[in-house]
Design a binder for this molecule. Structure first.
Ligand code: NDP
Ligand code: KPL
Length: 359
């Protein structure tokens, strides 16, 4: 199948390599065009570690090109680019053309649903709780894939498209998808914000000093405990909505193929196996710039709606805002555009299942 990938970073490259290896035809779109210059000039995409190989991949000349030539579209870039990317893609989406968002963040699936509804279009939006691959882009043509996840959670907007969405993802990426009970379950399943709050807050000086530091090995027992405490808040919110979501321990075990244990122990094991990865070498990292406004903030909103206060999440936003000298509560461009604060928990849950009806 032809897949138009909106984004050309680590996840887009890793996913493109996976798809090409599986015999599909991925096409990448870099919003600035800068990341794909060498691929566009005919160099192959080289993947290393968990995926190994050299793959010719197509490069789109515009967002329209990536969407119009594709059987399905995937949004694969950080949350701070979602509004821009969705606004660029939505005008070109066809009736019934599936759009996968990986990883889904801050109700971006609802934002896309509203853009499509305004055009009178019905197209299923498939939201994944996380990404297929993890890793880093080591050059304009190379990606180091740290892992290919064993299990991935998905939901669709509208949720009535879940069986078709599941079948499509299985055709493209194999038998690894778990259907979840609506977009809210996925909104509460992206664990990067909690993981990165623990990891970045307690290693911030390493980042600021530009050190090279192993991430897994620095998820020491205190970091692991903070991540587990954050997880308790998220699980309480999911429970208040009556939703079943994965625990952070299950996430690490299924994502990184290590036996279930405490978060710190699993990360130490990943490090021992040479798969602990590296932490960010700058404070200008998506661990904060994406995950605080687009991850922690929506979870705080869901906590307020359900009367399950996310005190540690809220504290994380306040601490990072103070440390960075900026107000991260003002840096989410999706929540104000959607106006979800005005809804009750029941109204939000309903909207997350149905999406916006075409006008
Ligand atoms: N990397 C990983 O291991 C993991 C990543 N994730 C999540 O997956 C998503 C993608 O991550 P990853 O690929 O690593 O991210 P990258 O930072 O590598 O993504 C870079 C891509 O995003 C585009 N981009 C960045 N900022 C903007 C913006 N403001 N507007 C429009 N486009 C923008 C870049 O555009 P251009 O091409 O023009 O430079 C580029 O195509 C994120 O949400 C991340 O949190 C989740 C788990 C693991
Ligand atoms: C390793 C980490 C924390 C991301 O940085 C993770 O949980 C993931 O990639 O899913």
């Amino acid at each position: 199948m032809r897949i138009g990938i909106i984004g050309a970073g680590a996840v887009a490259y890793g996913t493109a390599a996976f798809l090409a290896q599986a015999g599909h035809d991925p096409m990448l779109w870099s919003p600035s065009g800068k990341r794909t210059v060498e691929l566009a000039a005919g160099k192959p995409l080289v993947a290393k570690s968990a995926i190994n190989g050299s793959f010719p991949v197509r490069v789109a000349t515009s967002c329209a090109d990536a969407v119009e030539q594709a059987d399905a579209v995937m949004i694969a870039l950080p949350g701070y680019g979602h509004k821009f990317a969705l606004e660029a893609a939505a005008p070109h989406v066809r009736e019934g053309q599936p759009v996968i968002i990986s990883s889904h963040t801050s109700f971006s699936a609802l934002y896309l649903s509203r853009l499509l509804a305004a055009r009178g279009i019905r197209a299923p939006v498939i939201a994944w709780g996380t990404t297929l691959t993890t890793g880093s882009q080591t050059s304009l043509t190379e990606v180091n894939v740290n892992t290919v996840r064993e299990k991935l959670d998905l939901a669709t907007v509208p949720q009535s498209a879940i069986d078709d969405g599941h079948a499509l993802c299985t055709t493209l990426f194999g038998n690894r998808f778990v259907k979840r009970d609506g977009l809210l379950a996925i909104a509460l399943s992206n664990l990067n914000p909690q993981n990165h709050l623990g990891i970045a807050l307690l290693n911030l000086t390493r980042m600021e000093r530009g050190e090279q530091w192993g991430q897994g090995e620095n998820i020491t027992p205190t970091v692991g405990r903070l991540i587990e405490a954050l997880d308790e808040e998220r699980l309480a919110i999911a429970k208040a909505f009556g939703l079943s979501v994965r625990t952070v321990r299950e996430h690490f075990s299924l994502s990184f193929h290590v036996p279930m244990a405490g978060v710190s122990e699993m990360n130490q094991e990943m490090h021992r196996q040479g798969r602990g990865g590296f932490g960010p070498k700058t404070v200008n990292s998506r661990y904060i710039l994406e995950d605080v406004p687009f991850g922690l903030l929506p979870t705080v909103l869901l906590g307020r709606l359900t009367g399950s206060p996310a005190t540690l999440h809220e504290s994380g936003i306040a601490i990072f805002s103070a440390a960075y000298g900026r107000d991260f509560t003002q840096e989410n461009d999706l929540l104000p555009a959607l106006g979800l604060e005005q809804l009750s928990a029941a109204e939000l849950q309903r909207l997350a299942r149905t999406g916006y009806p075409p006008v």
